[in-house]
Structures are given as structure tokens and as C-alpha cells.
Design a protein around this ligand. Structure first.
Ligand code: FES
Length: 176
């Protein structure tokens, strides 16, 4: 007999689960593109929620008339999909060629130091998710970083550090 047969309790309240399912359905049904595929459906969900919840796999499979295995195969093939909710804030630093040439390396180092991270991922306190970006689409403003999709151009390593500490202060202030 297994030593631990205690059922695992899912702490997510039902109303929150329903909200997630509603948002998945909305993301899948409102795709504004000529060809809808498993990949496009997963991308829409990732855009809407910032991750692929487990409920999404069966919804995408039903919507695209695919099997669960096919959907899971696509979802797990692309390393950019994440399967757990992201942190409260998203910080991205561009390391594309234009940004790289004018100091992205120092900006990245500064941001990672301030977030106490070694690379992409979530901070221990779930304050922020850090991601590299290959081009934030503002090359003339290089080096570029973004916080919650707000862009900061011609950013220095020192400024980047200031932005992150301001973000941390905002988050602390919001919890007081
Ligand atoms: S390469 Fe950095 S914004 Fe384009």
C-alpha cells in the first residue's frame, strides 16, 4: 500500500477556476487570424493569461479537433510556453543585435543583480518574471528594456537598477 494516499487538495477556488476557463475559451474563440491551429490557440492563451493552464490542453484539443497528446506535443515542444502562472510583473531586457552593440550586457547584468536571478525566471518572492527578448521593436532606442510592456529606451545599467527598485517599492506599497 502506498505510504501517502491523502488526496491532493487544489487550493484554487472554483470561481477562479471558472474565470480561467472563461478566459481560455475567449482567447481560443477570438483568434483574429485566417488559419487557426493548435499552435495559434496556445499562443492566444499565453497572450491572454501569461501561461498555459492545464485546463487549456483539453479545450484546445476539442476546439482544433486534435488529441490531447497532439496538443501537449506542441505545447511542450516550444520552450517559450510556461505552465504555471507568471509573477505579478514582467521585466524584459532586449539582447538583440542593436541593443547588444550599445550596452545590453551591462543592462542585463544590472537587472539580474537587482532581481537576484541568474537568468530567465521568477524572483523568489514572485515579484517579477524576467525574460530575455530578441527584439523589443525599438532598435533606434537601444538598449531597450520593458516593465509590464512599458518600454524604456536608451537605458543605462544604473537606470535599469533604479527602475527595478522602483518597481519593488511599488509592489511593497500596494501590499501595505
Ligand atoms: S534589438 Fe533591441 S529593440 Fe531591437
Amino acid at each position: 500500500m502506498p505510504s501517502d494516499v491523502t488526496p491532493k487538495i487544489d487550493p484554487t477556488p472554483n470561481s477562479e477556476k471558472q474565470d480561467i476557463v472563461d478566459r481560455i475559451n475567449k482567447a481560443v474563440k477570438n483568434q483574429n487570424r485566417p488559419t487557426v491551429t493548435v499552435l495559434s490557440s496556445l499562443l492566444s492563451i499565453e497572450d491572454e493569461l501569461g501561461y498555459i493552464p492545464k485546463e487549456a490542453i483539453s479545450i484546445v484539443s476539442e476546439y482544433n479537433k486534435s488529441t490531447i497528446n497532439e496538443v501537449w506535443g506542441v505545447a511542450s515542444f516550444y520552450p517559450n510556453f510556461r505552465f504555471d502562472p507568471p509573477a505579478k510583473n514582467t521585466v524584459e531586457v532586449c539582447w538583440g543585435p542593436s541593443c547588444h552593440l550599445v550596452g545590453a550586457t551591462d543592462v542585463i547584468k544590472s537587472v539580474l543583480d537587482e532581481l537576484e536571478l541568474d537568468g530567465e525566471g521568477d524572483t523568489a518572492d514572485k515579484m517579477a518574471t524576467f525574460k530575455f527578448n530578441t527584439c523589443l521593436g525599438a532598435c533606434p532606442q537601444a538598449p531597450v528594456m520593458s516593465i509590464n510592456h512599458r518600454m524604456y529606451g536608451k537605458v543605462s545599467a544604473k537606470q535599469a537598477k533604479t527602475y527595478i527598485s522602483a518597481l519593488r517599492e511599488d509592489v511593497k506599497g500596494a501590499h501595505k
